[in-house]
Each structure stands twice: as structure tokens, then as C-alpha cells.
Ligand binder design. Structure first.
Ligand code: DX5
Ligand code: ZN
Length: 217
């Protein structure tokens, strides 16, 4: 089984970003949380910072947009050259049209679902997306507790993706750590975001290896 580990730089040192990116060179992607203090009650950075991250990162960018008005802003992140751009279902007027636009620009297109957002409306349209992000915390902050009660939603999505022969990636984000990653893998996730579990470790690189082993077990 393919396992992707995407450390979230929300837990990195924002004034030593380049050094903190180099510490995760064995990751698959770097997860970049963009927050606007409107869609979520927290603020990070915008396209100017993301452009510099793209310049210096040893691994491709997996951008998680927690911003309102994704229709207008998400394409700008795809233009930067990010490997993937994921927007929240509620933030787009027409999620399918936006996903098509992101793919046209050349990024993988992802849709993110908050804990209370149902997956059912998107099951018919899995082929329109390259990845589905199932949030396992309320978006906005790192270091929150993993919501194990999201596992049935993930498992239902995974079963439906298999039934349809879809190769959409299933991503989980929030509270992923050594104690929780196996549950998420068991429920069908293949792409794992981890912020505090990677950057809070003595060695982020070893933490990535160990998360990878636990997910693959
Ligand atoms: C939360 C962000 C996450 C966050 C995860 O809204 O989307 O990517 O960095 O942090 P941890 O892994 O600490 O829960
Ligand atoms: Zn995230």
C-alpha cells in the first residue's frame, strides 16, 4: 500500500522556515496551511510566502486552503506550481468547476470536508478530484485531538472509491500521530498530514519514518 506523509508547516518555526523545510526532506509533500481569519479563526500567510516556500522546499507542495472565496483565490496557488491545491467544500461556489480549473492549470485538485460536512454529495463526482481531505479536527489550529469518530466517514468513502475503481487519494488531517495513524490507515487513508507530531519531535525526519512504518503496518 502507498503511504504518503505530509508534514504540516503550521507547526514549523515561521522565522526559520527554510531550515524547517530542509528537516523534512524525506517527506512526500509539505502540507501548507493557508488561513484567512475568516473561514477559520486563525491567520497564517498568503501567496507571497507560499511562492518562497515553493522556491526552497525540497519536496512538492500540498496546499490546504482554509479561506473563503476559494473560486477567486485557489487558482493563484495552482499558478505558483503547487503539486496540489485543496479547498473546503463550503468555500467554493461550484467545487467541480473549481477543481477542473485547478487541473487545467496543472495542480492536483483536492476538496476538504470539515467534520460536520457530509461526503455523500461528492461520491458521484470522485473522478473530478485527485484527493479528498477528511478533517479529523475542526480546521484552524495544530495540536488538537484526533476525532476517531470520523473513521466511519473515511471508511465509507474508501469503500465507495474502491467500488468505483477510483484512484483518488484519501487524506486525513488533524491529530495524526504515532497513536492514531494506524486507525486512519485501517479506515482507508493513504495520505497523512502531521504537524505537531513531526515538528514537535526531536528529529522530524525520524518521526516521518516512524509514522510511515506505522501506517504501512
Ligand atoms: C489544522 C490544519 C492542520 C494542522 C494539523 O486546521 O489543517 O494541517 O497543522 O496539526 P496537527 O497535526 O498538530 O493536528
Ligand atoms: Zn491542513
Amino acid at each position: 500500500m502507498t503511504v504518503r506523509i505530509n508534514p504540516s508547516i503550521l507547526s514549523a518555526d515561521f522565522v526559520n522556515m527554510q531550515a524547517d523545510l530542509e528537516r523534512i526532506a524525506n517527506a512526500d509533500f509539505v502540507h501548507v496551511d493557508v488561513m484567512d481569519n475568516h473561514f477559520v479563526p486563525n491567520l497564517t500567510f498568503g501567496p507571497q510566502m507560499v511562492r518562497r516556500i515553493q522556491d526552497v522546499s525540497p519536496v512538492p507542495l500540498d496546499i490546504h486552503l482554509m479561506i473563503s472565496d476559494a473560486d477567486r483565490t485557489a487558482p493563484e496557488y495552482a499558478e505558483i506550481g503547487a503539486a496540489s491545491v485543496t479547498f473546503h467544500a463550503e468555500a467554493a461556489e461550484n467545487p467541480i468547476a473549481l477543481a477542473r480549473r485547478l487541473r487545467e492549470i496543472g495542480s492536483r485538485a483536492g476538496i476538504a470536508l470539515k467534520p460536520g460536512t457530509p461526503i455523500e454529495p461528492y461520491l458521484e463526482h470522485l473522478d473530478e478530484f485527485d484527493q479528498i481531505l477528511i478533517m479529523t479536527v475542526e480546521p484552524g489550529f495544530g495540536g488538537q485531538s484526533f476525532m476517531a469518530d470520523m473513521m466511519p466517514k473515511l471508511a465509507a468513502l474508501s469503500a465507495e472509491a474502491k467500488r468505483r475503481g477510483s484512484n483518488v487519494w484519501l487524506q486525513v488531517d488533524g491529530g495524526i500521530a504515532e497513536a492514531t495513524i494506524a486507525q486512519a490507515a485501517e479506515a482507508g487513508a493513504d495520505t497523512f498530514v502531521a504537524g505537531s507530531a513531526v515538528y514537535g519531535a526531536q528529529s522530524p525526519a525520524l518521526a516521518i519514518d516512524s509514522l510511515r512504518d506505522l501506517a504501512a503496518a
